[in-house]
Design a protein around this ligand. Structure first.
Ligand code: F6P
Length: 319
Protein backbone atom coordinates (compact mmCIF):
# COMPACT_ATOMS: atom_id res chain seq x y z
CA UNK A 1 0.00 0.00 0.00
CA UNK A 2 1.64 3.23 -1.15
CA UNK A 3 -0.99 5.64 -2.36
CA UNK A 4 -4.46 6.22 -0.95
CA UNK A 5 -7.28 8.67 -1.61
CA UNK A 6 -10.01 10.21 0.51
CA UNK A 7 -13.36 11.77 -0.40
CA UNK A 8 -16.49 13.05 1.33
CA UNK A 9 -19.89 12.26 -0.15
CA UNK A 10 -23.59 12.93 0.50
CA UNK A 11 -24.79 15.54 3.00
CA UNK A 12 -21.91 17.21 4.81
CA UNK A 13 -21.65 16.87 8.58
CA UNK A 14 -19.60 18.72 11.21
CA UNK A 15 -16.46 16.71 11.90
CA UNK A 16 -15.87 15.57 8.32
CA UNK A 17 -12.89 17.94 8.18
CA UNK A 18 -11.42 16.41 11.32
CA UNK A 19 -11.76 12.97 9.69
CA UNK A 20 -10.05 14.16 6.48
CA UNK A 21 -7.24 15.66 8.57
CA UNK A 22 -6.75 12.39 10.44
CA UNK A 23 -6.70 10.29 7.25
CA UNK A 24 -4.17 12.63 5.63
CA UNK A 25 -1.86 13.05 8.63
CA UNK A 26 -1.94 9.40 9.77
CA UNK A 27 -1.37 8.34 6.16
CA UNK A 28 1.61 10.67 5.77
CA UNK A 29 2.94 9.55 9.16
CA UNK A 30 3.14 6.01 7.76
CA UNK A 31 4.83 7.17 4.56
CA UNK A 32 1.77 6.91 2.30
CA UNK A 33 1.00 9.33 -0.48
CA UNK A 34 -2.47 10.80 0.10
CA UNK A 35 -4.76 12.19 -2.59
CA UNK A 36 -7.83 14.31 -1.86
CA UNK A 37 -10.76 13.84 -4.25
CA UNK A 38 -13.08 16.84 -4.51
CA UNK A 39 -16.89 16.75 -4.87
CA UNK A 40 -17.32 13.12 -3.82
CA UNK A 41 -18.01 10.48 -6.46
CA UNK A 42 -18.85 13.15 -9.05
CA UNK A 43 -15.32 14.52 -8.66
CA UNK A 44 -13.87 11.02 -8.72
CA UNK A 45 -15.46 10.38 -12.12
CA UNK A 46 -14.14 13.71 -13.40
CA UNK A 47 -10.69 13.10 -11.93
CA UNK A 48 -10.75 16.07 -9.52
CA UNK A 49 -7.75 14.98 -7.49
CA UNK A 50 -5.03 16.81 -5.61
CA UNK A 51 -2.03 15.69 -3.61
CA UNK A 52 -2.50 16.37 0.11
CA UNK A 53 0.33 17.38 2.43
CA UNK A 54 0.48 18.22 6.14
CA UNK A 55 -0.37 21.86 5.45
CA UNK A 56 -3.37 21.10 3.27
CA UNK A 57 -5.34 19.98 6.33
CA UNK A 58 -4.08 22.71 8.68
CA UNK A 59 -6.68 24.86 10.43
CA UNK A 60 -9.68 22.69 9.54
CA UNK A 61 -10.26 20.55 12.64
CA UNK A 62 -12.55 23.23 14.10
CA UNK A 63 -14.50 23.91 10.90
CA UNK A 64 -17.86 22.48 9.88
CA UNK A 65 -18.51 21.40 6.30
CA UNK A 66 -15.90 19.60 4.25
CA UNK A 67 -12.75 21.00 2.73
CA UNK A 68 -13.03 18.45 -0.07
CA UNK A 69 -16.59 19.58 -0.95
CA UNK A 70 -19.31 17.00 -1.35
CA UNK A 71 -22.07 15.96 -3.72
CA UNK A 72 -24.89 13.51 -4.17
CA UNK A 73 -24.15 11.82 -7.48
CA UNK A 74 -26.89 10.01 -9.42
CA UNK A 75 -24.48 8.91 -12.15
CA UNK A 76 -22.34 7.00 -9.69
CA UNK A 77 -25.32 4.78 -8.89
CA UNK A 78 -24.99 3.27 -12.38
CA UNK A 79 -22.52 0.52 -13.36
CA UNK A 80 -21.04 2.85 -16.00
CA UNK A 81 -20.38 5.58 -13.45
CA UNK A 82 -18.88 3.10 -10.99
CA UNK A 83 -16.61 1.59 -13.66
CA UNK A 84 -15.47 5.11 -14.60
CA UNK A 85 -14.67 5.83 -10.93
CA UNK A 86 -12.66 2.62 -10.57
CA UNK A 87 -10.80 3.40 -13.81
CA UNK A 88 -9.85 6.87 -12.53
CA UNK A 89 -8.44 5.39 -9.32
CA UNK A 90 -6.35 2.90 -11.33
CA UNK A 91 -5.18 5.64 -13.71
CA UNK A 92 -3.84 7.56 -10.70
CA UNK A 93 -2.24 4.43 -9.22
CA UNK A 94 -4.39 4.69 -6.09
CA UNK A 95 -4.31 1.54 -3.96
CA UNK A 96 -7.23 2.33 -1.64
CA UNK A 97 -10.06 4.79 -1.09
CA UNK A 98 -11.43 6.14 2.20
CA UNK A 99 -15.06 7.23 1.85
CA UNK A 100 -16.54 9.56 4.48
CA UNK A 101 -20.33 9.73 4.24
CA UNK A 102 -23.65 8.01 4.86
CA UNK A 103 -25.36 4.88 3.57
CA UNK A 104 -25.60 6.12 -0.03
CA UNK A 105 -21.86 6.75 0.01
CA UNK A 106 -21.25 3.26 1.37
CA UNK A 107 -23.30 1.73 -1.44
CA UNK A 108 -20.86 3.49 -3.79
CA UNK A 109 -17.92 2.09 -1.80
CA UNK A 110 -19.41 -1.41 -1.99
CA UNK A 111 -19.69 -1.11 -5.77
CA UNK A 112 -16.02 -0.04 -6.00
CA UNK A 113 -15.00 -2.95 -3.76
CA UNK A 114 -16.79 -5.33 -6.14
CA UNK A 115 -14.65 -3.83 -8.92
CA UNK A 116 -11.48 -4.70 -6.99
CA UNK A 117 -10.82 -1.36 -5.26
CA UNK A 118 -9.76 -1.42 -1.60
CA UNK A 119 -12.21 0.71 0.39
CA UNK A 120 -12.86 1.78 3.96
CA UNK A 121 -15.97 3.72 4.96
CA UNK A 122 -16.22 6.27 7.78
CA UNK A 123 -19.79 7.10 8.88
CA UNK A 124 -20.36 10.84 8.54
CA UNK A 125 -23.92 12.15 8.71
CA UNK A 126 -25.90 14.21 11.20
CA UNK A 127 -28.76 11.67 11.01
CA UNK A 128 -27.06 8.89 13.03
CA UNK A 129 -28.92 6.46 10.80
CA UNK A 130 -26.11 4.04 9.93
CA UNK A 131 -26.46 0.48 11.25
CA UNK A 132 -23.67 -1.17 13.27
CA UNK A 133 -22.36 2.02 14.84
CA UNK A 134 -23.51 3.83 17.98
CA UNK A 135 -22.60 7.21 16.51
CA UNK A 136 -21.94 8.88 13.20
CA UNK A 137 -19.70 11.92 12.83
CA UNK A 138 -21.76 15.13 13.06
CA UNK A 139 -24.69 13.78 15.06
CA UNK A 140 -23.49 15.17 18.39
CA UNK A 141 -22.91 18.63 16.92
CA UNK A 142 -26.34 18.66 15.28
CA UNK A 143 -28.00 17.64 18.55
CA UNK A 144 -26.18 20.45 20.37
CA UNK A 145 -27.33 22.91 17.70
CA UNK A 146 -30.93 21.76 18.19
CA UNK A 147 -30.69 22.05 21.98
CA UNK A 148 -29.36 25.57 21.67
CA UNK A 149 -32.34 26.42 19.46
CA UNK A 150 -34.82 24.77 21.85
CA UNK A 151 -33.40 26.75 24.78
CA UNK A 152 -33.86 29.99 22.86
CA UNK A 153 -37.34 29.11 21.66
CA UNK A 154 -38.30 28.22 25.22
CA UNK A 155 -37.46 31.77 26.36
CA UNK A 156 -40.02 33.27 24.02
CA UNK A 157 -42.49 30.38 24.41
CA UNK A 158 -42.50 30.95 28.18
CA UNK A 159 -42.90 34.70 27.82
CA UNK A 160 -45.88 34.41 25.46
CA UNK A 161 -47.26 31.20 26.99
CA UNK A 162 -47.36 29.55 23.59
CA UNK A 163 -47.07 26.12 22.06
CA UNK A 164 -44.17 25.65 19.65
CA UNK A 165 -43.59 22.98 17.07
CA UNK A 166 -39.91 22.61 16.15
CA UNK A 167 -39.06 20.49 13.10
CA UNK A 168 -35.64 18.88 12.99
CA UNK A 169 -33.73 16.88 10.36
CA UNK A 170 -32.88 13.18 10.43
CA UNK A 171 -34.36 11.89 7.17
CA UNK A 172 -36.14 8.63 8.18
CA UNK A 173 -34.47 8.48 11.59
CA UNK A 174 -35.68 10.03 14.83
CA UNK A 175 -32.32 10.11 16.63
CA UNK A 176 -31.76 13.87 16.45
CA UNK A 177 -35.29 14.58 17.70
CA UNK A 178 -35.09 11.93 20.41
CA UNK A 179 -31.76 12.91 21.97
CA UNK A 180 -32.32 16.66 21.56
CA UNK A 181 -35.82 16.24 23.00
CA UNK A 182 -34.49 14.27 25.96
CA UNK A 183 -31.67 16.74 26.59
CA UNK A 184 -33.79 19.82 25.88
CA UNK A 185 -36.82 18.76 27.91
CA UNK A 186 -39.29 18.87 25.00
CA UNK A 187 -42.86 18.28 26.16
CA UNK A 188 -43.52 15.93 23.26
CA UNK A 189 -41.26 14.22 20.72
CA UNK A 190 -42.56 12.88 17.42
CA UNK A 191 -40.31 10.38 15.68
CA UNK A 192 -40.83 7.99 12.75
CA UNK A 193 -39.96 5.01 14.95
CA UNK A 194 -43.14 5.56 17.02
CA UNK A 195 -46.63 6.01 15.56
CA UNK A 196 -47.83 9.62 15.59
CA UNK A 197 -51.25 9.95 17.17
CA UNK A 198 -52.55 13.46 17.50
CA UNK A 199 -54.99 12.68 20.35
CA UNK A 200 -52.11 11.28 22.41
CA UNK A 201 -50.02 14.41 21.84
CA UNK A 202 -52.96 16.63 22.77
CA UNK A 203 -53.58 14.59 25.89
CA UNK A 204 -49.98 15.07 26.99
CA UNK A 205 -50.17 18.80 26.40
CA UNK A 206 -53.51 19.02 28.23
CA UNK A 207 -52.04 17.14 31.15
CA UNK A 208 -49.23 19.69 31.29
CA UNK A 209 -51.69 22.57 31.29
CA UNK A 210 -53.65 20.98 34.13
CA UNK A 211 -50.56 20.86 36.27
CA UNK A 212 -49.77 24.51 35.53
CA UNK A 213 -47.58 24.45 32.41
CA UNK A 214 -48.05 27.60 30.37
CA UNK A 215 -46.02 26.69 27.30
CA UNK A 216 -44.80 23.62 25.49
CA UNK A 217 -42.33 22.52 22.85
CA UNK A 218 -43.14 19.69 20.48
CA UNK A 219 -40.12 18.36 18.64
CA UNK A 220 -40.96 16.81 15.27
CA UNK A 221 -38.52 14.67 13.29
CA UNK A 222 -38.85 15.44 9.57
CA UNK A 223 -39.51 11.73 8.95
CA UNK A 224 -42.89 12.11 10.69
CA UNK A 225 -44.13 14.91 8.47
CA UNK A 226 -44.02 18.67 8.05
CA UNK A 227 -43.89 20.65 11.27
CA UNK A 228 -46.10 23.30 9.66
CA UNK A 229 -48.86 20.76 9.00
CA UNK A 230 -48.64 19.30 12.50
CA UNK A 231 -48.75 22.82 13.96
CA UNK A 232 -51.94 23.51 12.00
CA UNK A 233 -53.49 20.25 13.21
CA UNK A 234 -52.77 21.12 16.84
CA UNK A 235 -54.05 24.65 16.40
CA UNK A 236 -57.28 23.44 14.74
CA UNK A 237 -57.89 20.81 17.40
CA UNK A 238 -57.26 23.11 20.38
CA UNK A 239 -57.73 26.68 19.23
CA UNK A 240 -54.30 27.50 20.73
CA UNK A 241 -51.84 29.89 19.22
CA UNK A 242 -49.15 27.61 17.79
CA UNK A 243 -45.86 28.76 16.27
CA UNK A 244 -43.69 26.57 14.07
CA UNK A 245 -39.92 26.70 13.57
CA UNK A 246 -38.15 24.59 10.96
CA UNK A 247 -34.47 24.42 11.91
CA UNK A 248 -33.39 23.14 8.47
CA UNK A 249 -29.83 23.23 7.24
CA UNK A 250 -28.42 25.20 10.13
CA UNK A 251 -28.32 21.78 11.82
CA UNK A 252 -25.67 20.71 9.29
CA UNK A 253 -23.27 23.55 9.96
CA UNK A 254 -21.16 24.93 12.76
CA UNK A 255 -17.97 24.06 14.52
CA UNK A 256 -17.92 20.37 15.51
CA UNK A 257 -18.17 19.48 19.19
CA UNK A 258 -15.20 17.92 21.01
CA UNK A 259 -17.02 14.56 20.80
CA UNK A 260 -17.30 14.74 17.00
CA UNK A 261 -13.74 16.00 16.53
CA UNK A 262 -12.34 13.19 18.68
CA UNK A 263 -14.53 10.52 17.06
CA UNK A 264 -13.60 11.75 13.57
CA UNK A 265 -9.90 11.86 14.44
CA UNK A 266 -10.00 8.31 15.83
CA UNK A 267 -11.97 6.97 12.87
CA UNK A 268 -9.73 8.67 10.29
CA UNK A 269 -6.60 7.23 11.90
CA UNK A 270 -8.21 3.80 12.28
CA UNK A 271 -9.02 3.76 8.55
CA UNK A 272 -5.29 3.98 7.84
CA UNK A 273 -4.49 1.22 10.37
CA UNK A 274 -7.04 -1.04 8.69
CA UNK A 275 -5.68 -0.38 5.21
CA UNK A 276 -2.10 -1.02 6.34
CA UNK A 277 -3.10 -4.35 7.86
CA UNK A 278 -4.98 -5.29 4.68
CA UNK A 279 -8.54 -5.00 6.03
CA UNK A 280 -10.78 -3.52 3.34
CA UNK A 281 -14.41 -3.48 2.16
CA UNK A 282 -15.34 -2.42 5.67
CA UNK A 283 -17.06 0.44 7.43
CA UNK A 284 -15.78 1.69 10.77
CA UNK A 285 -18.28 1.54 13.60
CA UNK A 286 -18.02 2.68 17.21
CA UNK A 287 -19.47 0.37 19.84
CA UNK A 288 -19.11 1.74 23.33
CA UNK A 289 -15.56 3.09 23.37
CA UNK A 290 -14.29 0.64 20.79
CA UNK A 291 -13.77 1.23 17.06
CA UNK A 292 -14.57 -1.86 15.02
CA UNK A 293 -14.37 -2.77 11.32
CA UNK A 294 -17.69 -4.04 9.95
CA UNK A 295 -18.03 -5.76 6.62
CA UNK A 296 -19.62 -3.16 4.34
CA UNK A 297 -22.10 -5.69 3.01
CA UNK A 298 -23.22 -6.49 6.55
CA UNK A 299 -23.44 -2.80 7.45
CA UNK A 300 -25.71 -2.17 4.48
CA UNK A 301 -28.09 -5.07 5.10
CA UNK A 302 -28.35 -4.88 8.91
CA UNK A 303 -31.49 -3.11 10.13
CA UNK A 304 -30.77 0.03 12.10
CA UNK A 305 -31.23 -0.29 15.84
CA UNK A 306 -33.05 2.34 17.85
CA UNK A 307 -33.07 2.74 21.62
CA UNK A 308 -36.78 2.99 22.43
CA UNK A 309 -36.01 3.08 26.17
CA UNK A 310 -34.50 6.57 25.77
CA UNK A 311 -37.64 7.71 23.98
CA UNK A 312 -39.77 6.36 26.80
CA UNK A 313 -37.51 8.04 29.34
CA UNK A 314 -37.92 11.39 27.58
CA UNK A 315 -41.69 10.88 27.81
CA UNK A 316 -41.55 10.10 31.53
CA UNK A 317 -39.30 13.06 32.37
CA UNK A 318 -41.23 15.66 30.41
CA UNK A 319 -44.59 15.03 32.09
O1 F6P B 1 -28.71 13.27 5.51
C1 F6P B 1 -28.51 14.53 6.04
C2 F6P B 1 -29.67 15.43 5.74
O2 F6P B 1 -29.38 16.69 6.31
C3 F6P B 1 -31.03 14.93 6.22
O3 F6P B 1 -31.23 15.11 7.59
C4 F6P B 1 -31.96 15.73 5.34
O4 F6P B 1 -33.18 15.05 5.17
C5 F6P B 1 -31.20 15.84 4.05
O5 F6P B 1 -29.83 15.60 4.34
C6 F6P B 1 -31.32 17.16 3.36
O6 F6P B 1 -30.67 17.05 2.14
P1 F6P B 1 -30.27 18.28 1.22
O7 F6P B 1 -29.04 18.89 1.78
O8 F6P B 1 -30.05 17.66 -0.10
O9 F6P B 1 -31.40 19.26 1.27
Amino acid sequence: MEKIAVLTSGGDSPGMNAAIRAVVRKGLYHGLEVIGIKHGYAGLMRGEMEVMDLGSVADIIQRGGTKLYTARCEEFKTPTGQAQGAARLREWGIDALVVIGGDGSFRGARALSALGINTVGIPGTIDNDIPCTDYTIGFDTAVNTVIEAIDKIRDTATSHERTYVVEVMGRNAGDIAMIAGLAGGAESILIPEAPFQLPEVLQRLQHGIERGKRHSIILVAEGVGHGMKIGEQISEATGWEVRVTVLGHLQRGGSPTAFDRALASRMGAFAIDLLLQGTTSVMIGVRGQQLVPIDIEEALRTPRSFDMSLYELAGILSI
